[in-house]
Design a protein around this ligand. Structure first.
Ligand SMILES: Cc1cc2nc3c(=O)[nH]c(=O)nc-3n(C[C@H](O)[C@H](O)[C@H](O)COP(=O)(O)OP(=O)(O)OC[C@H]3O[C@@H](n4cnc5c(N)ncnc54)[C@H](O)[C@@H]3O)c2cc1C
Length: 343
């Protein structure tokens, strides 16, 4: 059995950002683990909103993302009635598309560079407990990591989250194409009754490659996702995809979301990202949700993990007022203090 101050389960954006922030705060002995080895793909539109960009700036990784990101300067919007509007914001990028393979690896590598230990191929199965307190994690093959704090960031299918009730799930399915004609640097959002109350999208990943997908509510999983998607493609993209070449097959993945964020903590345990269902219910945006930073801030404030300020690397704290510096960064507004009172 190995020991750590903090163990973070899941190295997606929520987990890797949590580990990185802890390291920036000067916390030592942080272990970040994932069932996958990195780099790995994640089924995702890979769109990063201004809020996501702001978070990456705060974490000090934005400059490393820029060379791999496709700038988004405008939006084509299609209404259920078939009307369309194009909004262009000039040259400055309001958002970007950055492949998750790259984004997630960049966060992970930055965390490792600051001393976070990464363990790939570790499928967490259960939590370790010390009385009522969560005290680490046990893998499917019996390996144990003991920790004073456990951050659960294992995504949509989380088995280790605090709220054990079945999450609301949107269904999503998407594909990739080379050579589809697009308006450069514009994303598309298509609202259509086929996928109400969700929507369909086209996100350009480069000058030549796009991803297209739909997300929709189907709590009883009665609809065939492939058929829903094919009907959507026929209606909105048949012409533009005629000469385009599909890249790989279609991929489906559910999205866990909520209108009201529930409990995100229990003694010794904090929940981050989609494991806490923190995905925007209207846009399915989940990358930038970052209550995770609150976990780091809380740990630091209570001085429970031996955090020592790491001023030179902790860009978010620089030049901020005292309260904000103490919290490390903004927190998602829907997760109130009550949500973490059990820690
Ligand atoms: C089709 C689709 C399109 C999307 N498009 C967008 C978009 O354009 N923009 C956006 O902001 N959001 C988008 N989302 C949502 C976004 O992908 C997620 O909300 C986001 O990835 C959540 O980040 P996370 O770190 O919480 O979880 P994840 O990114 O899911 O990471 C969880 C990590 O935990 C690991 N893990 C899981 N179980 C275990 C275990 N038992 N043991 C160890 N490790 C484990 C996984 O391997 C994974 O690396 C989309 C989602 C889908 C499905």
């Amino acid at each position: 059995m190995t020991g750590a101050a903090v163990v973070v389960v899941g190295a997606g954006p929520a987990g890797a950002a949590a580990a990185l922030r802890l390291a920036q705060l000067g916390v030592r002995d942080v272990v970040l683990l994932d069932r996958a080895d990195f780099p790995r793909d994640k089924t995702c539109g890979s769109g990063l909103s201004p809020r996501g960009i702001r978070t990456l700036r705060e974490l000090g990784v934005w400059d490393a993302i820029v060379p791999h990101a496709y700038r988004v300067t405008g939006l084509r919007l299609v209404t259920p009635g078939g009307r369309e509007a194009v909004v262009s914001g000039g040259e400055s990028a309001a958002a970007v598309v950055c492949l998750r393979r790259t984004l997630d690896l960049t966060l992970l590598e930055r965390a490792r560079a600051l001393g976070v230990e990464f363990v790939g191929g570790f499928t967490a199965q259960t939590l370790r407990c010390d009385g009522d307190r969560v005290a680490g994690v046990v893998s499917r093959d019996g390996r144990e990591i003991a920790a004073r704090w456990t951050i659960v960031a294992d995504g949509a299918h989380s088995r280790l989250t605090v709220d054990g009730s079945p999450p609301r799930m949107m269904q999503a399915i998407m594909g990739w194409w080379e050579g589809a004609p697009v308006r450069a640097h514009h994303v598309e959002m298509v609202f259509d009754r086929l996928v109400t109350p969700g929507y369909g999208w086209l996100f350009p990943e480069s000058a030549t490659r796009v991803n297209i997908g739909v997300c929709y509510d189907d709590p009883r999983r009665e609809r065939n996702a492939r058929r829903v998607f094919e009907a959507f493609l026929d209606k909105h993209y048949a012409q533009r995809l005629r000469a385009a070449v599909p890249v790989g097959g279609l991929k489906g993945h559910p999205i866990a979301y909520t209108y009201r964020v529930g409990r995100l903590a229990s003694p010794g345990r904090l929940v981050a990202g989609e494991a806490g269902r923190m995905v925007h219910p209207a846009t399915a945006e989940g990358i930038s949700q970052r209550v995770v930073c609150r976990g780091a801030a809380l740990a630091r404030r209570r001085n429970v993990v031996g955090a020592r300020p790491h001023r030179r690397r902790h860009t978010a704290a620089r030049g901020q007022d005292g309260a904000r510096a103490a919290h490390g960064c903004d927190v998602m507004p829907t997760a109130g203090d009550g949500a973490v009172s059990g820690v």
